[in-house]
Design a protein around this ligand. Structure first.
Ligand code: SAH
Ligand code: SF4
Length: 368
C-alpha cells in the first residue's frame, strides 16, 4: 500500500491513468485532500465510486501525529511529531512580521556529524519519506487550523530542522515539488529555503531541483577551522564546495545565503572576517550570522553580543548584505529541556529567526 502523501501530482496522475481513470481525476483528489482537508472519501461527491474504491485499496492517508506542543511568550511554537514507526522529530513555527515560518526536518538524526550540532551527535537514524517531510507541514497546518484560527496559515518553509536535506535528495525533491505545486500546497519558490552543509555531488544536481532559495552552511572561511566544525569538509573542502556552488543556476535561485555560525574564539576574529570577505562574492551572496546556540553539554560558547555585532559591522563595512539570526523562543528552551528527558530524540537548537541590521536595537542586549 502506498502512502498518498508520498505521491507528487505527476506520480498520482500516472498511477490513476495506468489504472484506467481519466486525467482530471488526480486534480479532484488533490483538491479534496489538500485544499478542502476532506479525508472522508464518502464525501468526495465528484469522484466515482470505482475510483474511491481504488484509492481505498491502494493508499493510506497516515500523517505524522502532533504529540506535543509548546508556545513561547514571543509566539514561537515547538511541535514534536511522531511517525508511523514511532520515531519523532521536532518542528518549529516562528512568527515574524507578516510571515509564519516552519522549520522542518528531512531526516531522523543526521550522518554529517558537525561538532557543534545536537542532531549531529545522534548519527543518522533514517531518511524521512516525502510524505513525512510535507506531513510535518500538513499536520501542523491542520493543528493550527483547529487550535489557533481556521485561517491561520504557514507562509514559509526552511529545511533547517534535523537532517541534511540533500543527503535525502530524492524524497526532499519530491516533497519540495509538492510544497510548490499549485494543486497541493502552492507555496511560492521564494517561500522555501533549503539549507545544506555542502554535499558537493548533490549541490551539482541542483539544476534539476525546484528553484527554491539555497542556504549554504559555511561556518568558517578557513579549511582547518571548517574541518574541525564540519567533518564533511575533509571530503568536500572549500575549494570543491565553491566549484560546486558555481554550478547552481543563480538566475533561478537568486542570491545564495551563507549561514555562518559564530562561535566564541573559533571563527569570530578579524582574520575570519578577512577570509570570509575574500571567499564570497558580494553581489551573489547574503550572509546570515547565527550566534551559537548553547545546549546542555555543548562544546562551544556563544560570543558576546558586542562581538557578534562587531562581526556583522565588519562584513557590512566590506559591502556585504549581512543579517543576524535573532534568538526566539528562549523561554520554551527550558521547557524543552524537560521535554527532552521524556523524548530523548528532541533537537533543541532551532529556536531562531532572522532579523535585519536596522532592527537590532543598539542600546539594549538585542540578541539574548
Ligand atoms: N543539515 C543542514 C540543515 C539543518 S541545520 C545544514 O547543516 O545546513 C540548519 C542550520 O542550523 C545550519 O546552518 C546549522 O549549522 C545550524 N545549527 C546547528 N546547530 C546549531 C547550534 N547549536 N546553534 C546554532 N545553529 C546551529
Ligand atoms: Fe547535520 Fe546540519 Fe547538524 Fe551538520 S548542522 S550535523 S549537517 S543537521
Amino acid at each position: 500500500m502506498k502512502n498518498f502523501f508520498d505521491q507528487t501530482a505527476t506520480d498520482l496522475n500516472d498511477q490513476l491513468v495506468e489504472a484506467g481513470f481519466q486525467k482530471f481525476v488526480a486534480k479532484q483528489l488533490l483538491d479534496w485532500v489538500y485544499k478542502k482537508h476532506e479525508f472522508n472519501m464518502d464525501n468526495w461527491q465528484n469522484v466515482s465510486k470505482k475510483c474511491r474504491e481504488f484509492i481505498r485499496e491502494n493508499y493510506s492517508f497516515t500523517l505524522p501525529e502532533v504529540i506535543f506542543h509548546i508556545q513561547s511568550v514571543d509566539g514561537t511554537r515547538k511541535f514534536l511529531v511522531k511517525f508511523e514507526d514511532g520515531e519523532t522529530v521536532e518542528t518549529v513555527v516562528i512568527p515574524a512580521r507578516n510571515r509564519l515560518t516552519q522549520c522542518i526536518s528531512s531526516q531522523v538524526g543526521c550522518a554529517i556529524g558537525c561538532t557543534f550540532c545536537h542532531t549531529g551527535t545522534m548519527g543518522l537514524k533514517r531518511h524521512l519519506r516525502a510524505g513525512e517531510v510535507t506531513g510535518q507541514f500538513f499536520a501542523v497546518t491542520l493543528w493550527l487550523k483547529e487550535n489557533v484560527h481556521p485561517d491561520e496559515r504557514l507562509t514559509n518553509i526552511v529545511f533547517m530542522g534535523q537532517g541534511e536535506p540533500l543527503h535525502n535528495y530524492k524524497n526532499v525533491k519530491a516533497a519540495t515539488e509538492n510544497f510548490l505545486d499549485q494543486n497541493i500546497f502552492g507555496l511560492g519558490q521564494r517561500k522555501v529555503t533549503l539549507s545544506t552543509s555542502g554535499l558537493v555531488p548533490k549541490i551539482k544536481m541542483l539544476h534539476d531541483f525546484p528553484p527554491v532559495n539555497i542556504a549554504i552552511s559555511l561556518h568558517a572561511a578557513h579549511n582547518d577551522t571548517r574541518t574541525e566544525l564540519m567533518p564533511i569538509n575533509k571530503n568536500y573542502d572549500l575549494e570543491r564546495l565553491f566549484d560546486a556552488i558555481k554550478t547552481i543556476p543563480l538566475k533561478a535561485h537568486r542570491r545564495i545565503t551563507y549561514e555562518y555560525l559564530l562561535i566564541a574564539g573559533v571563527n569570530d576574529k578579524k582574520s575570519d572576517v578577512d577570509a570570509l570577505a575574500k571567499l564570497l562574492n558580494r553581489s551573489e551572496s547574503k550572509i546570515n550570522l547565527i550566534p551559537f546556540n548553547e545546549y546542555p553539554d555543548s562544546n562551544y560558547k556563544r560570543p558576546s553580543n558586542k562581538q557578534i555585532l562587531w562581526f556583522m559591522d565588519q562584513m557590512c563595512q566590506k559591502g556585504f548584505t549581512c543579517t543576524i539570526r535573532a534568538t526566539k523562543g528562549e523561554d520554551i528552551l527550558a521547557a524543552c529541556g524537560q521535554l527532552k528527558s521524556e523524548y530523548e530524540k528532541l533537537n533543541l537548537w532551532d529556536n531562531s529567526v532572522e532579523i535585519r541590521k536596522k532592527e537590532v536595537p543598539q542600546t539594549e542586549a538585542p540578541l539574548s
